[in-house]
Ligand binder design. Structure first.
Ligand code: NAD
Length: 459
């Protein structure tokens, strides 16, 4: 058997893995990128972030077309050709994954299709082929959690199956009201399903600001979604005629559904890479612990992305990928994971970064809150926006931001200004004195800062 050697090898070609491979190549390393998939991009590009955003865009158009009735514009009942919608989504994914293949080629990154497992601290097996390496980066991601005891059934979907858009069930039940559950509720409600969400905690999007979540909760209900919080599913029964969920808690009873999405979180894939052989620790939750430089216990092995634990978000993985490539190539780099933005691409969007008001309270951190309701935003009202909110949490002494939450149209895009303000240590005065164009939704951030300073004239 021929033995192969890699100067720098990356296991997993998701947003963390490919970013790491490309950065290492740009730093002059000879890079091998290994993944069992036929295309680059991992879960995010192939069956996660990108296809879901394509379907969410279609959902937004369907919903807005209906809402234009109030403006005197009627389109009639929309007809959705599922096959064409599926093809459109797949075309977008293919364009992006092909683009990545081109980027890898131009950087002379060798892409190997296969599954890699460590056999020693500097050796790997890739589908029966032995490899040695100088540096390795584990970027093998995570997989959807399956509820224990649930049967195998074509009508019980994980996020991948939900994004395949197999059909539009008349009644769809979603177990788990986190980001995936909420985004899928937004898509399928717009496509015409009667959607019921069952969430175990006492609010959907647990961890997000409660005041903003109330706005999202009401908006989803207005879209026809039934939400049971504080409720757990204790059994699922399958019959030819449909599925029955038995629930207990704030809602106790049965939910009949034609399909069920399980979106109860993801589990890190650390136990799949033979980490033992490399002398690397894996927790019982499949997580490979790393420091801020993405180093594992082994000097020459790094780990990045979902496999290193929460928050399991693509943009965190990408930044960790750059850090690992740089540190392994002799540069100083680290990532502070306290400031990773979160966005639920629901209607309206919910976006937050840093501390929420309740987190600041729980941790005993001195804080104040300034907010601006979007009902007073000219841009929001004139573009058909509903209820929304911009909320800044700040330190009363330094007047620097500790956190920000936005809910409303394009909240995910607007959040970037707050993240930059936090990274740069900007004060409320810096934000308030930065001229925000009128009329824009970004004004709501400037207005919130002015409100805190007592200089606001728009409310
Ligand atoms: P999640 O952790 O965000 O949400 C899971 C939800 O399920 C939680 O609210 C939890 O309380 C609930 N839950 C757990 N067990 C339950 C039970 N038995 N019954 C009812 N509810 C139960 O996980 P997710 O939504 O599956 O998403 C997985 C990961 O993917 C997350 O890390 C998420 O951030 C990420 N993701 C991000 C985006 C985005 O950034 N837009 C989109 C999709 C997924």
């Amino acid at each position: 058997m021929t033995k192969r050697h890699a100067d720098f090898i990356v296991l997993g070609a998701g947003p963390g893995g490919y970013a790491c491979a490309f950065r290492a190549a740009d730093l002059g390393r000879k890079v091998v990128l290994v993944d069992p998939r036929a295309t680059l991009g991992g879960v995010c590009l192939n069956e996660g972030c990108i296809p879901s955003k394509a379907l969410l865009h279609a959902a937004e158009i369907l919903r807005e077309a209906q809402e234009m009735g109030d403006w005197g514009i009627r389109f009639g009942k929309a007809k959705v050709a599922l096959e064409a919608l599926r093809a459109k989504k797949e075309g977008i994914v293919a364009k992006l994954t092909d683009g990545l293949t081109g980027l890898a080629k131009r950087r002379k990154v060798k892409v190997v299709r296969g599954t890699a497992r460590f056999t020693a601290p500097n050796r790997l097996d890739i589908d029966g082929q032995a490899w040695s390496f100088d540096h390795a980066v584990i970027a093998v991601g995570s997989a959807p959690v399956r509820l224990p005891g649930w049967p195998e059934d074509d009508r019980i979907w994980d996020s991948t199956a939900a994004l395949e858009l197999r059909d539009v069930p008349e009644h769809l039940a979603i177990v788990g009201g986190g980001i995936i559950g909420l985004e899928m509720a937004t898509v399928y409600a717009a496509l015409g399903s009667r959607v019921t969400i069952v969430e175990f905690m006492d609010q959907i999007a647990p961890g997000a600001d409660a005041e903003a979540v109330r706005i999202l909760h009401a908006a989803l209900e207005a879209q026809g979604v039934t939400i049971h919080t504080g409720t757990r599913t204790i059994a699922v029964a399958t019959a030819k005629s449909g599925l029955t969920l038995t629930c207990e808690g704030a809602f106790t009873g049965e939910i009949k559904a034609d399909a069920v999405i399980q979106s109860v979180g993801r589990r890190a894939n650390g136990s799949l890479v033979g980490a033992d052989a490399a002398g690397i620790e894996v927790t019982d939750r499949g997580i490979i612990p790393v420091d801020a430089s993405c180093r594992t216990a082994r000097e020459n092995i790094f780990a990045i992305g979902d496999v290193t634990g929460n928050p399991m978000l693509a943009h965190r993985a990408t930044h960790q990928g750059h850090v690992a490539a740089e540190v392994a190539s002799g540069h100083a780099a680290a990532l502070d994971t306290d400031l990773i933005p979160s966005v639920a691409y629901t209607a309206p969007e919910l976006a937050w970064a840093g501390l929420t008001q309740s987190q600041a309270k729980e941790r005993g951190i001195a804080h104040k809150v300034a907010s601006f309701p979007w009902a007073a935003s000219g841009r929001n009202l004139s573009s058909g926006g509903g209820e929304g909110l911009t909320k800044l949490v700040y330190c009363p002494e330094t007047r620097r931001l500790l956190g920000a939450t936005l809910i409303g149209r394009n909240a995910g895009e607007l959040l970037a200004e707050c993240v930059l303000a936090m990274e740069m240590g900007a004060t409320l005065k810096d934000i308030a004195l930065s001229v925000h164009a009128h009329p824009t939704l970004s004004e709501t951030i400037g207005f919130s800062a002015e409100r805190a300073l007592g200089t606001l004239t728009d409310l």
